[in-house]
Design a protein. Structure first.
Length: 167
Protein backbone atom coordinates (compact mmCIF):
# COMPACT_ATOMS: atom_id res chain seq x y z
CA UNK A 1 0.00 0.00 0.00
CA UNK A 2 1.51 3.39 -0.95
CA UNK A 3 2.38 5.84 1.86
CA UNK A 4 -0.43 8.24 0.97
CA UNK A 5 -2.99 5.48 1.38
CA UNK A 6 -1.42 4.33 4.67
CA UNK A 7 -1.61 7.94 5.91
CA UNK A 8 -5.28 8.10 4.89
CA UNK A 9 -6.06 4.76 6.53
CA UNK A 10 -4.53 5.85 9.83
CA UNK A 11 -6.38 9.16 9.50
CA UNK A 12 -9.65 7.21 9.21
CA UNK A 13 -8.73 5.26 12.34
CA UNK A 14 -8.00 8.48 14.25
CA UNK A 15 -11.32 9.88 13.04
CA UNK A 16 -13.14 6.71 14.07
CA UNK A 17 -11.52 6.71 17.50
CA UNK A 18 -12.44 10.34 18.17
CA UNK A 19 -15.90 10.60 16.60
CA UNK A 20 -17.77 10.89 19.90
CA UNK A 21 -15.56 13.70 21.21
CA UNK A 22 -15.44 15.54 17.91
CA UNK A 23 -19.22 15.48 17.54
CA UNK A 24 -19.67 16.56 21.16
CA UNK A 25 -17.40 19.57 20.58
CA UNK A 26 -19.01 20.36 17.25
CA UNK A 27 -22.58 20.32 18.61
CA UNK A 28 -22.01 21.68 22.12
CA UNK A 29 -24.13 22.35 24.15
CA UNK A 30 -26.62 20.23 22.20
CA UNK A 31 -26.29 16.50 21.83
CA UNK A 32 -25.09 15.23 18.47
CA UNK A 33 -28.20 14.41 16.44
CA UNK A 34 -26.89 11.28 14.78
CA UNK A 35 -24.87 9.90 17.67
CA UNK A 36 -24.80 6.15 18.15
CA UNK A 37 -22.87 5.75 21.41
CA UNK A 38 -22.80 1.94 21.39
CA UNK A 39 -21.52 1.75 17.83
CA UNK A 40 -19.04 4.58 18.43
CA UNK A 41 -17.69 2.81 21.55
CA UNK A 42 -17.29 -0.48 19.66
CA UNK A 43 -15.48 1.30 16.82
CA UNK A 44 -13.16 3.11 19.27
CA UNK A 45 -12.29 -0.17 20.97
CA UNK A 46 -11.61 -1.80 17.61
CA UNK A 47 -9.16 0.98 16.78
CA UNK A 48 -7.60 0.75 20.25
CA UNK A 49 -6.98 -2.96 19.73
CA UNK A 50 -4.92 -2.39 16.57
CA UNK A 51 -3.13 0.79 17.73
CA UNK A 52 -0.12 -0.94 19.38
CA UNK A 53 0.66 -2.91 16.22
CA UNK A 54 0.40 0.21 14.08
CA UNK A 55 2.57 2.28 16.44
CA UNK A 56 5.17 -0.50 16.42
CA UNK A 57 5.64 0.21 12.69
CA UNK A 58 6.96 3.73 13.39
CA UNK A 59 10.58 3.01 12.43
CA UNK A 60 9.54 1.39 9.15
CA UNK A 61 7.23 4.22 8.08
CA UNK A 62 7.90 7.31 6.01
CA UNK A 63 7.66 10.75 7.65
CA UNK A 64 4.13 11.39 6.39
CA UNK A 65 2.77 8.18 7.90
CA UNK A 66 4.62 8.97 11.13
CA UNK A 67 2.60 12.18 11.37
CA UNK A 68 -0.63 10.19 11.29
CA UNK A 69 0.75 7.65 13.77
CA UNK A 70 1.62 10.48 16.15
CA UNK A 71 -2.04 11.51 16.11
CA UNK A 72 -3.06 7.94 16.90
CA UNK A 73 -0.55 7.82 19.76
CA UNK A 74 -2.09 10.80 21.55
CA UNK A 75 -5.60 9.46 21.06
CA UNK A 76 -4.57 6.28 22.92
CA UNK A 77 -1.88 7.50 25.32
CA UNK A 78 0.23 5.02 27.24
CA UNK A 79 3.14 5.40 29.62
CA UNK A 80 5.36 4.03 26.86
CA UNK A 81 4.13 5.91 23.78
CA UNK A 82 3.85 9.44 25.14
CA UNK A 83 7.47 9.83 26.32
CA UNK A 84 8.63 8.38 23.00
CA UNK A 85 6.83 11.07 20.98
CA UNK A 86 9.03 14.02 21.87
CA UNK A 87 12.30 12.64 20.52
CA UNK A 88 10.52 11.07 17.56
CA UNK A 89 8.91 14.35 16.56
CA UNK A 90 11.93 16.58 17.17
CA UNK A 91 12.93 16.45 13.49
CA UNK A 92 9.49 17.61 12.39
CA UNK A 93 9.60 20.52 14.86
CA UNK A 94 12.99 21.59 13.51
CA UNK A 95 11.91 21.31 9.86
CA UNK A 96 8.42 22.83 10.09
CA UNK A 97 8.06 26.21 11.81
CA UNK A 98 5.17 27.28 13.95
CA UNK A 99 2.39 28.72 11.80
CA UNK A 100 2.67 25.98 9.16
CA UNK A 101 0.14 23.16 9.01
CA UNK A 102 2.65 20.42 9.82
CA UNK A 103 4.48 22.56 12.37
CA UNK A 104 1.30 23.44 14.26
CA UNK A 105 0.04 19.85 14.09
CA UNK A 106 3.27 18.42 15.52
CA UNK A 107 3.49 21.05 18.25
CA UNK A 108 -0.13 20.39 19.19
CA UNK A 109 0.54 16.64 19.41
CA UNK A 110 3.44 17.39 21.74
CA UNK A 111 1.14 19.48 23.93
CA UNK A 112 -1.45 16.68 23.98
CA UNK A 113 1.29 14.24 24.95
CA UNK A 114 1.92 16.20 28.15
CA UNK A 115 -1.63 15.36 29.28
CA UNK A 116 -1.84 18.77 30.93
CA UNK A 117 -5.41 20.06 30.63
CA UNK A 118 -4.47 23.69 31.30
CA UNK A 119 -1.74 23.66 28.66
CA UNK A 120 -4.02 21.82 26.22
CA UNK A 121 -6.80 24.37 26.73
CA UNK A 122 -4.41 27.30 26.29
CA UNK A 123 -3.07 25.78 23.08
CA UNK A 124 -6.55 25.01 21.74
CA UNK A 125 -7.55 28.62 22.43
CA UNK A 126 -4.38 29.95 20.82
CA UNK A 127 -4.70 27.85 17.68
CA UNK A 128 -8.42 28.44 17.21
CA UNK A 129 -8.00 32.16 17.75
CA UNK A 130 -5.30 32.10 15.08
CA UNK A 131 -7.00 30.32 12.19
CA UNK A 132 -8.55 26.96 13.01
CA UNK A 133 -12.29 26.45 13.32
CA UNK A 134 -13.09 26.83 16.96
CA UNK A 135 -15.58 25.03 19.12
CA UNK A 136 -17.83 26.30 21.85
CA UNK A 137 -15.73 27.45 24.77
CA UNK A 138 -18.12 25.58 27.07
CA UNK A 139 -17.35 22.19 25.50
CA UNK A 140 -15.05 19.88 27.46
CA UNK A 141 -11.36 20.47 26.77
CA UNK A 142 -10.64 16.89 25.59
CA UNK A 143 -13.48 17.11 23.08
CA UNK A 144 -12.29 20.49 21.82
CA UNK A 145 -8.73 19.19 21.53
CA UNK A 146 -9.74 16.13 19.51
CA UNK A 147 -11.97 18.24 17.29
CA UNK A 148 -8.99 20.46 16.53
CA UNK A 149 -6.68 17.46 16.07
CA UNK A 150 -9.07 16.07 13.47
CA UNK A 151 -9.09 19.35 11.54
CA UNK A 152 -5.33 19.56 11.67
CA UNK A 153 -4.78 15.98 10.50
CA UNK A 154 -7.16 16.59 7.59
CA UNK A 155 -5.32 19.77 6.61
CA UNK A 156 -1.95 18.01 6.80
CA UNK A 157 -3.34 15.23 4.61
CA UNK A 158 -4.62 17.76 2.08
CA UNK A 159 -1.21 19.48 2.02
CA UNK A 160 0.58 16.19 1.50
CA UNK A 161 -1.74 15.25 -1.34
CA UNK A 162 -1.18 18.59 -3.08
CA UNK A 163 2.58 18.33 -2.73
CA UNK A 164 2.81 14.95 -4.47
CA UNK A 165 4.65 15.11 -7.79
CA UNK A 166 2.49 15.00 -10.87
CA UNK A 167 -0.58 16.49 -9.27
Amino acid sequence: MPPQQRFEAIGVLVSTATVTDRHLADCWPDSPRHADPESEDRAREAVRSCAPDLLARWAAECPAVRLALAGLAVVFPTARTLPALTPRLRGFVEQHPQGTDIGDYVRFILVLATENDDQTLATVESLTDAYWEGTSRGAPTPARALHLLGQMLHRVETGLTRSRPGE
